[in-house]
Ligand binder design. Sequence first.
Ligand SMILES: O=c1ccn([C@@H]2O[C@H](COP(=O)(O)O)[C@@H](O)[C@H]2O)c(=O)[nH]1
Length: 501
Amino acid sequence: MTFLAKLNGAMARNQSLWCLGLDPNPEVMPEAYRRPYDRDRHHLHAVEILWDWMQYIIDSTADRVCAYKPTLGFYTALGAPGLDLLAKTLAAIPADIPVILDAKHQDLSSSTVLAQTAFGQWQVDAITLSPYLGQDLAARFLMYLDRGVFISCYSANTTALPLQNYPHPGNPLYLELVQQCQTWGSWEQLALEVGSAQPAALAQVRTLAPERLILARSIWAGTTDLPVVRLGDLLQAGLDAQGGNLLLPVNQDVLATADPQALIGDLRDQTQDLLDRRQQASPHCTPWMPNVCTLTPQPHGDLILQLFDLGCIAFGDYVQASGQVFPYYIDLRRIISNPQTFDAVIDAYGDVVRQLVFDRIAGIPYGALPTASGLALKLNRPLIFPRKEVKAYGARRLVEGNYEPGETAVVVDDILITGKSAVEGAQKLQSCGLLVRDIVVFIDHGGGARERLAAQGYTAWGVLTITEINHTLYETGRITEMQFEALCSQESDQEVGRQSA
Ligand SMILES: O=c1ccn([C@@H]2O[C@H](COP(=O)(O)O)[C@@H](O)[C@H]2O)c(=O)[nH]1
């Protein structure tokens, strides 16, 4: 899963734009930890105290924030035990909350190793970098396609102002930097960090980078209180046109309080109120929010609920092309009208397709063609498609797009029932000299189609099974027991059919 997909998932699940710094800064320690820490300052035990504190912060805030941001400097400042503390802290963060390592790294020669350590060993989802070594530095980290990079492009430090505004505030260096960053990496990977208590700088950056994720910083400078009006101004300045792509920093003073949970909860609710009001004032594409909490989360649980809420999964008696009657019908064609769901579906396909070796992505019309197009753009791989019907005029091509015989195409279809559509598409591609090994579908109905495809030399990959969908919908109260049972009994009929076949 990409950093952005993980972040969007956490934002939707916790209904939060708030990101919390996990900084074991002894100077802002709550009183209860401070006394034993001061006593043991020079002993390993001091790091144990910091660990207790970090663990408490994570445990009490994990359902209220959308990301954690440990500052590398606080850990390295503690010497060798500090890096152990970082590893323990990272391990305590729930896997579905993204971690942004605040490194502000700016040394080119150590970048390759830091990228390996941060993304490989520590498994953080994103990192912050200083900007002035240019794209060379960012490139070392952008090589990890599923991770994010934040370029720090504005600082709230007053002594930084003359530099940032050079040569003059009407044409400042920091905005040139934002423009340059636009060419360094895709909007899915490269984000911007803007530190300012005033919304003006944030608004300027947003204007130049309308589609990027922005991490606002220093919004609490000089205050412990963020009046609703000011929060509203910051949202107005930093949110993108769809009302997203903005991360707000929790005041670090929260770490020192007895009840960080309540304070972040209040911030979250205030922000949600303002977002709801914005949404009502300009109805656009309504962001989907889950209204349930599952005890046994399914990795694609939110996506299943979104699909159901969009009307892509209907229950009733539906006749299939094969003549069989199923107790459900899946209509994935609807996702194209909801950018949030469409994007999440493409991401989920992407997680599977990225693992495969191929030259072209081949979408099966009509249902899977939009998704295959999105996937090709997202993975930066060429797209082709076998026509459903061949035109009797013009070029009369069976396969649209450019390709060379001998190249390998991965077939992308929406649903696998009998496998007929996918195989027909694959055969058209093969008749034009392309090789087809892998067929990737979003939903695998089960019932032996995979095995039948395997017998014809294809490997089928599915993002979701109908069984997973059925269980998630039932556990979250979206379908009745009768609907759940109807699908279960069909699954067991198929199982019997498969065994006796
Ligand atoms: O619920 C459903 C069932 C089928 N489809 C469409 O049919 C094909 C898959 O069927 P095969 O038997 O595997 O050919 C699929 O491409 C869908 O377009 C559907 O949309 N919803």
